[in-house]
Design a protein around this ligand. Structure first.
Ligand code: FEO
Length: 167
């Protein structure tokens, strides 16, 4: 049985994962609107991945007989000054989520809730991956600068990176 404290924190995190998904989708919509379909494809994949994170927590709570209480999801940002600005936000958001997961993990440890701590270890590792991939794109965008041809090549690479994952 989960403590009320952990139950509330996991319900909050389900909402946070949905918000992350919504935010990526908003970014994908913006990239579609500026004909950067490769960036949009990358962001759509991230959006879908965030939903699997939410469902992983949802299923864990069900398995532990906890009460899932879904919460309202805030409106995501839809204005981006540039692709660099957008991917800086992606990285900042992922770092923020890492902080949330770490806090949750500490709560679980403090309460001797070992099962929840083990479940959260998966998320801790996942965040390392998520921060790395966001930072990789951001760094490439900085190298590309204002070069249209470099940005189009990067767009193509991001589209292909999805095809490589699916192969
Ligand atoms: Fe599920 Fe990207 O945090």
């Amino acid at each position: 049985m989960l403590s009320k404290h952990i139950q509330d924190a996991l319900n909050d995190q389900i909402k946070n994962e949905y918000f992350a998904s919504y935010t990526y989708l908003s970014m994908a919509a913006h990239c579609e609107s500026i004909n950067m379909q490769g960036f949009a494809a990358w962001l759509r994949r991230q959006s879908a991945e965030e939903l699997t994170h939410a469902m992983r927590l949802f299923d864990y709570m069900i398995d532990r007989d906890a009460k899932v209480t879904l919460q309202s999801i805030n409106k995501p940002n839809a204005k981006f000054k540039s692709l660099i600005d957008m991917f800086q936000q992606v990285l900042d958001n992922e770092r923020e989520v890492s902080g949330m997961i770490n806090k949750l993990y500490e709560q679980a440890i403090n309460e001797n809730d070992h099962a929840t701590a083990v479940e959260l270890q998966w998320f801790i590792q996942e965040q390392v991956e998520e921060e790395k991939s966001a930072k990789d794109v951001l760094e490439k965008l900085k190298i590309a600068g204002n070069s249209s041809s470099a940005l189009l090549i990067l767009d193509g690479q991001l589209a292909d990176s999805g095809a490589a994952q699916e192969a």
